[in-house]
Design a protein around this ligand. Structure first.
Ligand code: KG4
Ligand code: ZN
Length: 344
């Protein structure tokens, strides 16, 4: 049964290494969004360490939720619905958010909704923009790379997804090969910017005609190219060009051009298959990359189709997108019960 308007939704996101909360008001829109990022905790490990991530989630969840409530200038009693990411993600991290959301919903008699994190990303551009349906959404982050046909709120179809690594994962793993810190994407973009954007090493692009992605081959191709250029030792697993900034910049630049080409190729195929779409959105952590965003904007102009791209805070993991999806699910009466878990 649908709820009466207005609805105040608390969104909670703990699927990986961010602890986030947000309040969405069905008439006023997003009224607060808070986040704690664990980047410093994982920086020296080349990726997220699940055990550290879940312990940090437990420490931060309560202050982050209360900060969101305070910033929204409401009280706990004003909240009608608790929407929480319940999949996909690191089990330990997800469980912290779900248990917190259930405890809150149970003790304060709120409605509970489980949100698929990927649905959050897929609609994240709608927080700030009125996007016409149907649209194509390219989601690229550290854990996922998918192409969606979005038909309406809550009504979408997966057209393609990565068969192995995600695009952000490719940035992170290649950065690790070159002894650069986690997360790799921002560092690689910074390096590439210093030599302009040029394809120095021409890494391979898959030319498969499907809408699926694959990035593990790219990582391997870069690895073997580094070995061939005496830049990496397979036996000691060390990068041998530590001081050679120019070389790192050229690898970074080549990588960006390659990934932008792959995204353009897939969007081109999708537009052939679904010529009636009215817009393209590009979301997820990799959509913080200004070069790739610009390439896709130019691509969209060339195809005479509007292009939307969320602000940085809604590209990377956040709870605003979870509260936003929670709000329309609440209006559709799609509530969970207290058996909600991470596998549904
Ligand atoms: O969406 P997100 O915060 O978390 C996941 O759901 O994974 O995305 C994080 C990913 C990381 O892999 C990071 O390297 C990548 O987004 N990323 C970037 C940039 N900023 C973050 N990739 C390319 N260029 C960037 N500027
Ligand atoms: Zn994400």
């Amino acid at each position: 049964m649908a709820m009466k308007l207005p609805i105040v939704t608390l969104g909670i996101e703990t699927s990986c290494d961010e602890t986030a909360a947000a309040i969405y008001h069905s008439e006023r829109g997003l009224i607060s969004s808070t986040l704690y990022s664990q980047i410093d905790l994982h920086k020296n490990f080349g990726g997220v360490v699940p055990e550290l991530a879940s312990r940090s989630q437990l420490e931060k969840i309560s202050p982050i939720v209360y900060e969101a409530i305070q910033r929204a200038q409401i009280t706990l009693d004003d909240i009608d619905v608790v929407a929480v990411t319940n999949k996909p993600g690191l089990p330990g991290s997800l469980l912290v958010g779900i248990c917190f959301a259930k405890a809150l919903a149970w003790s304060k008699n709120k409605k509970l909704i489980g949100i698929n994190h990927l649905e959050g990303h897929a609609f994240s551009a709608c927080i700030e923009y009125d996007i016409p349906f149907p649209y194509l959404c390219l989601t690229a982050s550290g854990g996922h790379t998918s192409l969606y046909l979005i038909k309406n709120f809550g009504d979408y179809q997966v057209l393609g997804e990565t068969q192995d690594d995600a695009a952000g994962e490719a940035f992170d793993k290649i950065a690790k090969l070159m002894n650069l810190p986690y997360p790799g994407g921002p560092v690689i973009e910074r390096l590439a910017r210093e030599v302009d954007f040029k394809d120095f090493y021409y890494y391979p692009r898959s030319r498969h005609k499907t809408l699926d992605f694959s990035f593990s081959g790219l990582k391997t191709a870069v690895l073997y190219d580094l070995v061939k250029k005496n830049a990496y030792s397979l036996s000691t697993k060390t990068f041998l060009q530590g001081e050679n900034e120019q070389f790192k910049k050229e690898v970074a630049s080549s990588l960006l051009v390659c990934i932008a080409d792959i995204f353009e190729q897939k969007l081109g195929l999708a537009l052939q298959a679904y010529p009636y779409v009215k817009a393209i959105t590009f979301v997820g952590g990799v959509a913080c990359n200004k070069y790739i965003v610009e390439r896709l904007r130019v691509f969209s102009v060339a195809h005479a189709i509007p292009f939307f791209h969320p602000s940085r805070d809604y590209c990377t993991d956040n709870a605003a997108m979870i509260a936003f999806v929670g709000n329309y699910k609440a209006q559709q009466g799609l509530f969970a019960d207290f058996t909600l878990d991470i596998n549904e």
